[in-house]
Design a binder for this molecule. Structure first.
Ligand code: PLP
Ligand code: TYF
Length: 393
């Protein structure tokens, strides 16, 4: 039977790590997978998370099954972080999931239960896993224009023109902040126009929020999501705790579904079914850590401070890279790097230029010229700037 299996195409982002590791050059620079790294190239456990783990270790008395839909304290803390303290509890159904990826998958599954014919509109470009999961599920994917390759900014008029074509029963997938892979994001005014557009055609928005706190701050990064939650009758939010709590391997995330209060119970019931049929209970440990950190005032402050320093570190690297390129090119055409937010920027280099930087300078970025800003440090920024210019970007 298994001889019928066909080889699967590698995930281009994950495959890059293997190529990087195999490169014997000392001065190599890894700008591939979206993982936060310190200047020393380490992905540390955040101090508040370590402390929460110690507390959990000392106080946990059982490892019996917990809740199928996830832990209520985690759900409440996540809703408050994403939607603000005054979130509409009566209109919200929750599901703890296997990371943000699991939240995306379960959101697509829920939408398909509600409408077997649904199509999903995704930004062009988007995180490749969105498309891969939808293709695997056999769901039709409709790209909407998002990125202006020349301006390296959001192509907003084109985006709205395309989103006007979405229909009631379709899902429109948006990135809440820190767009992956481009780094170009909507302003709050633009979010309001997106809301008006979807209110007019009745399509259901879904927000993938994988980097809250990595762009302009915890509150600012949630502003677009909060605006949508306020204006839209329905909204799905797939929130990941992998990056902002640094607990990637714990696989912690949450799907929040906002709808008519009269439907909350049945939506909740359907969400529980999706977990049960996929893997039964979601991972517990990460939920407990996040709930502890968010609800213990001392740990929360410590976590927010560390998250701020991570965020400001990345902003500093963006400024340094833009300044370096301004000097080398005698132009401001790379200033977009300082305007983008989050871990990623799409440089706008051709695949040949990306390969040239890999071959000549041992700089590893994704083939579409997405670079992970957190893979840089003060010393490697000038090397990258020189390589960008030498490659003719
Ligand atoms: N969505 C986006 C846009 C991402 O970049 C990621 C990255 O990891 C995820 C979702 C899912 O993250 P995870 O499943 O590790 O929580
Ligand atoms: O885009 C990234 O680099 C992160 C990490 O299948 C990631 O979101 C990449 C690919 C993948 C899962 C996670």
């Amino acid at each position: 039977m298994f001889s019928n299996l066909k080889p699967t195409p590698a995930d281009k982002i994950l495959a890059l790590s293997g190529l990087y590791r195999a490169d014997p050059r000392d001065e190599k620079i890894d700008l591939g997978v979206g993982v936060y790294k310190t200047a020393e190239g380490k992905t540390p456990i955040m101090s508040a998370i370590s402390k929460a783990e110690k507390i959990l270790h000392e106080t946990e008395t059982t490892k019996t099954y917990a809740s199928l839909i996830g832990q209520p304290d985690f759900h409440g803390a996540m809703a408050a972080m994403v939607l603000g303290e005054g979130y509409p509890a009566d209109r919200l159904a929750f599901l703890s999931t296997v990371g943000g990826t699991g939240a995306c998958r379960q959101a697509f599954e829920l939408a398909r239960l509600a409408n077997p014919e649904m199509k999903v509109w995704v930004s062009d470009p988007t995180w490749p896993n969105h498309i891969a999961i939808l293709n695997f599920m056999g769901v039709e994917v409709k790209p909407y224009r998002y990125f202006d390759n020349d301006a390296r900014a959001v192509a907003f008029d084109a985006m709205i023109e395309d989103l006007k074509q979405a229909k009631k029963g379709d899902v429109v997938l948006l990135h809440g902040c820190c767009h992956n892979p481009t780094g170009a994001n909507l302003t709050l005014e633009q979010w309001a126009v997106v809301a008006e557009t979807l209110l007019a055609n009745g399509a259901t928005p879904m927000i993938d929020l994988a980097y809250q706190g990595f762009g302009d701050g915890l509150e600012a990064d949630a502003a677009g999501t909060r605006l949508m939650a306020e204006k839209m009758p329905e909204l799905m939010i797939a929130a990941s705790c992998s990056k902002n709590f640094g607990i990637y391997r714990e696989r912690t995330g949450c799907l929040m579904v906002l709808g008519d209060a009269a439907n909350t119970a049945i939506t909740q019931d359907n969400l529980g079914k999706l977990n049960r049929l996929a893997y039964s209970f979601p991972p517990f440990h990460g939920q407990a850590l996040v709930a502890k950190v968010l609800t213990d005032p001392t740990l929360r402050q410590e976590w927010e401070d560390e998250l701020e320093s991570v965020r400001n570190g990345m902003l500093g690297l963006r400024e340094q890279l833009a300044a370096e390129l301004r000097q080398l090119t005698n132009s401001d055409r790379f200033d977009f790097l300082a305007r983008h937010r989050g871990m990623f920027s799409r440089l706008g280099a051709t695949e040949a230029q990306v390969m040239k930087m890999r071959e000549d300078n041992a700089i590893y970025m994704v083939g579409d010229s997405r670079l992970n800003i957190a893979g840089l440090n003060e010393n490697s920024v000038p090397l990258l700037a020189k390589a960008i210019v030498a490659a003719g970007v």
